[in-house]
Design a protein around this ligand. Structure first.
Ligand SMILES: Cc1ncc(COP(=O)(O)O)c(C=O)c1O
Length: 432
């Protein structure tokens, strides 16, 4: 395939696509003319033919690596045999639902959506329908999608921490006001919110990966479970990132804490657009998929057979092959190598992560909550990642963004990552 120069494609994009990209997070300062020509396994190729080892991984989906041949073959086979009908159900949707119910502890019933945002939207809707309450609790630093109730307080400026900080104009103030923002790892803050307001749902990423990897302290998730039960609020684990990536049963199966509702997405379909909302039967039963039930649920593309096939093929491979063992081992090697490296260089750093996910914050620590991350040395964080690109390695050069290993990464990738990181950080420090 002949490749057009990337500057041409980016210029064409800018004429017909506002900002030249199809998601607000894709236009990265300094990389405005980045064009992706191809992806394969652990790499992508840009419009000029440069190949990068990819740790950004599209914010998380390709756990098996880009273009996994088995997943892609399953999609093609499904597309040949059953297209979208918009009435009734297909066997592949049932098989996928059965598999998710078997695997994820909290899930007794499940509905399929295309995106994670739709899944969290419906989680909140059904929680309000079930409780008749108004407020929801989210945490500073967690991201749950683009819809009005949750698109706020992710990576906030210091002056906005502690206030409601919507990501967008155009949101009704009463919607923003109905979301209470708490500090992660601060159960007292949540208890206060539950005592003072009529809270329908507490929604959280069990590991807030949208700000890298802030780990829940021992007892925090358990305490949220108790508080939600005591106060009659619905506990929602947004496992759009952690689900399937950290374990087939999601992070809840590792933590041993069972929420009322769970949202899943990203790694579930290894790059194909499929997501899910599952949970307790008594809540899931409230959706209008059962006639007369109060929580409206619809979507032309929900349960799309080829994407359901992608999810089933992904889950099959996760069950059949030592994917988690592999990515966890590489993640651990990278984290421990990075810790040694920063100790040797005398750079204050907290190397965090879980399983396949890793991130280095340039600060003294400890890291318990978003406000601790305000101390991150943003110039170094973004700068070394820009330098890494010169070594053919791509970690997203945006503040606090995490990196991922996939099944397609190998031990040599860890070696190259460590060497290149040392060179990149050293270059950054020398320039100061
Ligand atoms: C934890 C979490 N929840 C929900 C979403 C929204 O998913 P989507 O972008 O598929 O709508 C994201 C996306 O990054 C996410 O990280």
């Amino acid at each position: 395939m002949a490749t057009t120069a990337r500057s041409d494609i980016a210029a064409r994009a800018a004429r017909v696509i506002p900002g030249g990209v199809n998601s607000g997070q894709r236009r990265v300062p300094g990389l405005e003319s980045l064009v992706i020509a191809a992806t394969s396994g652990a790499t992508f190729t840009d419009g000029e033919g440069n190949v990068y080892t990819d740790y950004h991984a599209a914010f998380g989906p390709p756990l098996l690596g880009h273009n996994d041949p088995e997943v892609d073959a399953a999609v093609a086979a499904a597309a040949r045999s059953v297209g979208l009908m918009g009435v009734g159900v297909t066997e592949i949707e049932v098989e996928l639902a059965e598999r998710i119910c078997e695997l994820v502890p909290s899930v007794e019933q499940v509905l399929l959506t295309e995106t994670g945002s739709e899944a969290t939207f419906h989680a909140i809707r059904v929680a309000r329908a079930a409780t008749g309450r108004r407020h929801i609790v989210k945490f500073q630093g967690c991201y749950h999608g683009w819809h009005d109730a949750v698109a706020m307080n992710v990576i906030s400026l210091p002056e906005n921490v502690g206030n409601r900080d919507p990501l967008s104009k155009g949101v009704l103030p009463e919607v923003t006001e109905a979301t209470i923002v708490c500090r992660f790892n601060d159960a007292d803050d949540v208890e206060r919110a539950l005592s003072e307001h009529d809270v329908a749902a507490i929604i959280l990423e069990p590991i807030p990966h949208n700000i890298g990897a802030v780990l829940p302290e021992p007892g925090f998730l358990e305490r949220l479970r108790e508080l939600a039960t005591e106060h009659g609020a619905v506990l929602v684990f947004d496992e759009v990132i952690t689900g399937f990536r950290h374990a087939l049963g999601g992070y809840q199966s590792i933590a041993g804490v069972t929420p009322d509702l769970t949202t899943l997405g990203k790694a579930m379909g290894n790059g194909w657009p499929v997501s899910a909302l599952g949970g307790k039967r008594e809540l899931m039963d409230m959706f209008s998929t059962t006639p007369g039930r109060p929580a409206f649920f619809a979507g032309t593309f929900n349960g799309h057979p080829p994407t359901a096939a992608a999810a089933l093929a992904t889950i099959d491979k996760l069950q059949r092959e030592p994917v988690h063992e592999h990515v966890f081992r590489l993640g651990e090697r990278a984290r421990s190598g990075l810790r040694d490296l920063y100790a040797r260089l005398g750079v204050p750093a907290v190397v965090s992560g879980f399983g396949s996910v890793f991130v280095t914050y340039f600060l003294e620590g400890p890291v318990r909550s978003y406000d601790d991350l305000l101390a991150n040395d943003v110039d170094l964080f973004v700068g070394y990642r820009r330098e890494l690109m010169k070594h053919g390695i791509f970690e997203l050069p945006l503040n606090l963004k995490r990196s991922h290993f996939s099944y397609a990464h190998a031990d040599e990738d860890v070696d190259r990552l460590l060497e290149a990181t040392e060179a990149a950080v050293t270059t950054m420090l020398a320039a100061r």
